[in-house]
Design a protein around this ligand. Structure first.
Ligand code: SF4
Length: 68
């Protein structure tokens, strides 16, 4: 089953790096206090896996994870 990225919002420092790396998957919340995962079909996350994992590895708070 395809995995879905998830952001632990309490740990997000709103640095916007993930949104810069992959703006198809990550965006800032309306209040700008944290990043959010854009709801997409699981196949889309699979197709963007390399960019998502780059964002995960680049996140200074290490708060982007795969959720089953
Ligand atoms: S890279 Fe990490 S800390 Fe920065 S906005 Fe994205 S989730 Fe938040």
């Amino acid at each position: 089953m395809a995995q879905t990225p998830k952001i632990n919002k309490d740990e997000c420092s709103a640095c916007v790096l993930c949104t810069t790396i992959c703006d198809q998957v990550f965006k800032m919340s309306d209040d700008g206090m944290n990043a959010e995962v854009i709801p997409l079909a699981p196949e889309k996350y699979e197709a963007l896996k390399a960019e998502i994992e780059e964002a995960m590895q680049s996140c200074p708070s290490a708060c982007i994870v795969w959720a089953d």
